[in-house]
Design a protein around this ligand. Structure first.
Ligand code: NAD
Length: 317
C-alpha cells in the first residue's frame, strides 16, 4: 500500500514509518520540521529511513502545498499524526494549535475526500478526557470538558473526522494514545527532561508535589495499535491506546534514577494549569476489536530510553 504519514519526522510518526517500511509499504512522509523542539532530532529520525521514504517538508495548514502531495501520489491510506503537541505550551501559543490541529486537519480531511481516500487513521489524544473523573477512561465516556487548548483542539479533530466519515463514507479510526515514551522521544516530555537534568545534576520540576499517575505507554506498543487499526477499517471508530496500567510519577522517577545510577534533585511544584492528576486507559475495546495488547512494561521501556539517551544524546554532547 501507498501510505501517507503526516508528522512522520515526529516521535511516534517516525517509529510508525519504520514499522510500515518493514512490512513493505510505500511511504510518503510530510512534516514541516517546525522548531517547537530541536529540529535536529527530527532530522536524525528522518535519517533512520535510509532514503526509503518520499519526504515533503510541507505545513499541512498550507492548502496548496498539501494538495500537491495528493496530486503527485496515488495514496491508498493516511496515518495522520502531524499536530502541535504539548499541553502547557498550548496556553502560551494557542494560535499554532489552531493552525496545525484545526486548519491542518480540515485540509487533510478535505483532500482525503477529494482524492477518494478510503481509510484514515488519526492520532487523537488521551487528553480529551479532560475533567473526566471516572477511571479507567473509556471511549463511551463523555469528553466535553477539555482543560487545555491542546486537548480541545484534539477533540475538535475527532469531531471533524466524524463529520467527514459520515458525510463522505470514509473509514476513519481515531486513536487516543496515553503518555507515549521510548527512544527518540520528545525533549519536551517528562522522561527526556528528567533524564537530561538528572545526568547534568540539575533539579527536575515535579508537579502536584509528585502526586500524579500516568498510563505510560511504550512507543512500539502504540505503533502496534496504529498498524492494527490501519489493517481494519470499521466505519468511524475511536480507541484508547494505553498500557492500561497507571504508574505513580515518583515510581517512574525512581526507575529512571535506577538506570542512570544517579539520584534526582527534585523541585516539587504545584499542579500546572491544563494538567490532570491521573490518566488510566480502559483498553478493552482495542483488545477486543483490534487484538491490541501492550507488551513493554515501564522498567523495560525506561531502560530502552535511557540506553538510547546515553549512547545517542548524552555522549554526542
Ligand atoms: N507523545 C504522546 O505522548 C502523545 C500522546 C497523545 C497523542 N499524541 C499525538 O500523537 C501525534 C504525534 O505526537 P508525537 O509525540 O510524535 O509529537 P511530535 O511533535 O514528535 O510529532 C509531530 C510531528 O508533526 C509535525 N508537525 C506539527 N505541525 C505540523 C504542520 N502544521 N504541518 C506538518 N507537520 C507538522 C512536527 O514537526 C512533528 O515532527 C500528535 O498528533 C499528538 O497530538 C501524542
Amino acid at each position: 500500500m501507498k501510505i501517507l504519514v503526516t508528522g512522520g519526522a515526529g516521535f511516534i510518526g517516525s517509529h510508525l514509518i519504520l514499522r510500515l517500511l518493514d512490512k513493505g509499504h510505500d511511504i510518503i512522509c510530510v512534516d514541516n520540521m517546525n522548531p517547537y523542539y530541536d529540529p535536529k532530532l527530527k532530522e536524525t529520525r528522518l535519517r533512520l529511513f535510509n532514503n526509503k521514504v518520499k519526504f515533503y517538508q510541507v505545513n499541512i495548514a498550507n492548502k496548496e502545498e498539501l494538495e500537491k502531495i495528493f496530486q503527485e501520489n496515488k495514496i491508498d491510506k493516511i496515518c495522520h499524526l502531524a499536530a502541535q503537541a504539548g499541553v502547557r505550551y498550548s496556553l502560551e501559543n494557542p494560535f499554532v494549535y489552531g493552525e496545525s490541529n484545526l486548519v491542518g486537519i480540515i485540509n487533510l480531511l478535505e483532500f482525503a475526500r477529494q482524492y477518494r481516500i478510503k481509510h484514515i487513521v488519526l492520532a487523537s489524544s488521551s487528553s480529551v478526557y479532560g475533567l473526566n473523573k471516572k477511571i479507567p477512561f473509556n471511549e463511551d465516556h463523555r469528553v466535553d470538558t477539555p482543560i487545555s487548548i491542546y486537548s480541545a483542539s484534539k477533540r475538535a479533530g475527532e469531531l471533524l473526522a466524524h463529520a467527514y466519515s459520515h458525510l463522505f463514507n470514509i473509514d476513519i479510526t481515531c486513536l487516543r494514545p496515553f503518555t507515549v515514551y521510548g527512544p527518540y522521544g520528545r525533549p519536551d516530555m517528562a522522561l527526556f527532561k528528567f533524564t537530561k537534568n538528572i545526568l547534568e545534576g540539575k533539579p527536575i520540576d515535579v508537579y502536584n508535589n509528585g502526586d500524579m499517575e500516568r498510563d505510560f505507554t511504550y512507543v512500539t506498543d502504540i505503533v502496534d495499535g496504529f498498524v492494527r487499526a490501519l489493517n481494519k477499517p470499521m466505519g468511524f471508530a475511536i480507541f484508547n491506546l494505553g498500557a492500561g496500567n497507571p504508574v505513580k510519577l515518583m515510581d517512574f522517577i525512581r526507575t529512571i534514577e535506577e538506570y542512570l545510577g544517579k539520584k534526582a534533585i527534585i523541585n516539587f511544584m504545584p499542579m500546572q494549569p491544563g494538567d490532570v492528576k491521573t490518566t488510566f486507559a480502559d483498553i478493552s475495546k482495542a483488545q477486543e476489536l483490534l487484538g491490541y495488547q501492550p507488551k513493554v512494561n515501564v522498567k523495560e521501556g525506561v531502560k530502552n530510553f535511557v540506553d538510547w539517551y546515553l549512547s545517542e544524546v548524552h555522549h554526542a554532547n
